[in-house]
Design a protein around this ligand. Structure first.
Ligand SMILES: Nc1ncnc2c1ncn2[C@@H]1O[C@H](COP(=O)(O)OP(=O)(O)O)[C@@H](O)[C@H]1O
Ligand SMILES: [Mg+2]
Length: 366
């Protein structure tokens, strides 16, 4: 029987555009394949509008080019939408398997994962608790540093800042006397991420940045700046093994991948590193070790810095890595011999689906 898959994308997060770009690459790669070579069939596309939060269900048979999505995803779409809850009920009743391409808030933080568990929708959602751990940069850093020795992987000194402890945390940070990075605790795409070389001279700027972060996130982190090179490593997670992908090196201006280096014409150069290189092997081992320590499903991507003394520093885990054209995850996949379409096919055939453990205990039968 041919595999039949649906996709959900868009969303209510600051990473809406990233989600659309991830999906667009999968869709255009899929449409470019002759029908006989398509490894799965597509049933529905579910777009969550960032304007009204409603879902427009797109029957796949009405799509032959990317442009055909426009009437459904346009901000002024006149096609009626449904609530996410009622859409999930309908998806469940049709027994569809859904690939989750929602990034950021409610896509990677346990939100949509919880809804999938409650409504019984099958798909690539995974464990809600693990999603929320990985999305929380502070908690995930603490987890990695408590699990692994510093000789294997280091974690930059990190302070959690909430609207309640801003002044106190900033005072402590200023007294460190070294450059630091301020970033949101759980947004992505380098949004509101800034490096301060000389924090005392930027006090006002830091304060303004924190206020901007708090309008979108409940906390920010202030993290020691790790000069050096930047690497990212993805992995595929099946029910029996974790396959680390070739690692990608990111080269940005002034050693830092801010938003500008991720999305503008000033974009960071991304190159796949030779798999036999020592850093490459160590980064892949760390990736495999972290991924084996939490109950991840399908895929993930980890970001690292490597300092001049070749110490490896953990930055973050991306629970739903972007699959945009020429993005780092796509480059890793290509180097491994896979396209984004192969990735979807691999996930649906090899990875396990999260099953909610039984919560009710029959004490009298124990
Ligand atoms: N402690 C740090 N030291 C050096 N660079 C950092 C540090 N934290 C973040 N960066 C830079 O900011 C970018 C974004 O940070 P990251 O933690 O990966 O969050 P996200 O990708 O979710 O926005 C990184 O790719 C890196 O270039
Ligand atoms: Mg990152």
């Amino acid at each position: 029987m041919t595999l039949e898959i649906s996709f959900i994308f868009g969303g209510l997060s600051t990473e809406y555009d990233g989600s659309v770009t991830s999906f667009a690459n999968i869709l255009s790669s899929y449409l470019a394949l002759p029908r006989a070579e398509r490894p799965f069939s597509v049933r529905h596309l579910y777009h969550i509008s960032r304007v009204d939060g409603l879902v427009r269900t797109i029957p796949f048979n009405s799509i032959s080019t990317i442009a055909d999505l426009e009437p459904y995803i346009s901000e002024t779409s006149t096609i009626p939408g449904r609530t996410l809850l009622s859409t999930f009920e309908a998806i469940e009743s049709r027994n569809e398997y859904v690939v989750n391409l929602l990034h950021g808030q409610f896509g990677e933080d346990g939100g949509i994962q919880t809804l999938a568990v409650i409504s019984g929708v099958a798909g690539s959602f995974g464990d809600p608790h693990v999603a929320s751990l990985t999305m929380n940069k502070y908690a995930m850093s603490a987890f990695v540093s408590s699990l692994f020795p510093a000789e294997m992987v280091r974690v930059p000194k990190t302070t959690l800042i909430t609207p309640r402890n801003v002044d106190q945390s900033i005072n402590i940070a200023m007294s460190l006397g070294r450059p630091f990075v301020v970033k949101p605790n759980s947004l992505g795409s380098s949004l509101f991420t800034q490096l301060f070389y000389d924090p005392p001279s930027s006090e006002q700027e830091i304060d303004t940045l924190l206020r901007a972060i708090f309008t979108h996130d409940t906390a920010a982190v202030l993290q020691e700046f790790i000069p050096g090179d930047e690497y990212t490593c993805g992995c595929l997670i099946s029910s029996s093994e974790i396959i680390p992908l070739p690692i990608v090196k990111l080269e940005a201006n002034n050693d830092f991948c801010g938003r500008d280096q991720k999305y503008s014409s000033n974009v960071a150069k991304k190159t796949v590193v030779n798999v036999n290189d020592d850093i490459s092997r160590r980064v892949q081992n760390i990736t495999t070790s972290i991924a084996s320590s939490i109950d991840l499903y399908n895929m993930a991507r980890f970001d690292f810095r490597v300092s001049a003394d070749e110490e490896i520093w953990f930055l973050e885990c991306n629970y739903v890595p972007g699959t945009a054209k020429d993005g780092s995850f796509e480059k890793m996949l290509h180097s491994y011999g896979m396209t984004v379409v192969d990735l979807v096919s691999w996930i649906t055939s090899n990875s396990k689906t999260f099953k909610k453990p039984d919560h009710y205990i029959m004490y009298d039968r124990l």
